[in-house]
Write a protein that binds this ligand. Structure first.
Ligand SMILES: CC(C)(COP(=O)(O)OP(=O)(O)OC[C@H]1O[C@@H](n2cnc3c(N)ncnc32)[C@H](O)[C@@H]1OP(=O)(O)O)[C@@H](O)C(=O)NCCC(=O)NCCS
Length: 145
């Protein structure tokens, strides 16, 4: 089931997974997995047997553009289709609000994942932690469903 975290425990679990997958391997401090955009964004957690095993965030950038951020699937659950389901769900949510263009900054290692989902590279973007090259990618849907 994909939905936003609700209880304080679920929010803890949500940010913990973000931290474990996207920050801890680069020795980043606790807290670095959050930013001010968390207040206004839409949050999506993939629950399996009451445990969060995948997370993603959707930011509205304009009336027609949404950005996907902080995509992460638990290390021992990767490659099972969880990421794909989360992405499709977030795209659906963006589309129903009229946001037909999706953008994201992909880590180099995740490029094949996003390409499979129909995203194309727009440009090389930032270097995170002086190490992880990112690429701005986008996908445009034909029309609002
Ligand atoms: C990248 C990530 C979100 C993908 O989620 P996932 O659940 O592992 O991916 P899925 O199992 O849903 O894969 C969907 C498809 O992409 C393909 N894919 C995923 N990662 C791939 C890779 N590195 N290389 C080639 N194909 C890949 C899968 O084979 C699958 O193809 P299919 O639909 O034909 O079966 C996840 O592996 C992850 O959290 N990685 C570490 C953190 C990270 O890099 N996050 C992205 C930050 S931009």
């Amino acid at each position: 089931m994909i939905r936003s975290p609700r209880t304080p425990d679920e929010w803890d679990e949500y940010y913990k997974l973000r931290f474990q997958v996207l920050r801890a391997p680069w020795n980043q401090p606790i807290g670095s997995e959050r930013n001010e955009g968390d207040q206004t964004a839409a949050h999506f957690a993939f629950f399996e047997e009451n445990t969060i095993i995948g997370v993603g965030r959707l930011d509205n950038m304009s009336a027609t553009i949404a950005q996907i951020r902080f995509m992460a699937v638990a290390g021992n659950q990767q490659g099972r289709g969880i990421g794909k389901k989360l992405m499709q769900h977030m795209e659906e949510m963006a589309l129903v609000s009229g946001r037909t263009t999706l953008i994201l900054h992909a880590r180099e290692i995740a490029l094949p994942f996003y390409k499979k989902l129909g995203y194309t590279i727009t440009e090389k973007s930032h270097l995170l932690f002086g190490d992880i090259q990112h690429y701005l990618m986008s996908k445009k849907h034909e029309s609002i469903r």
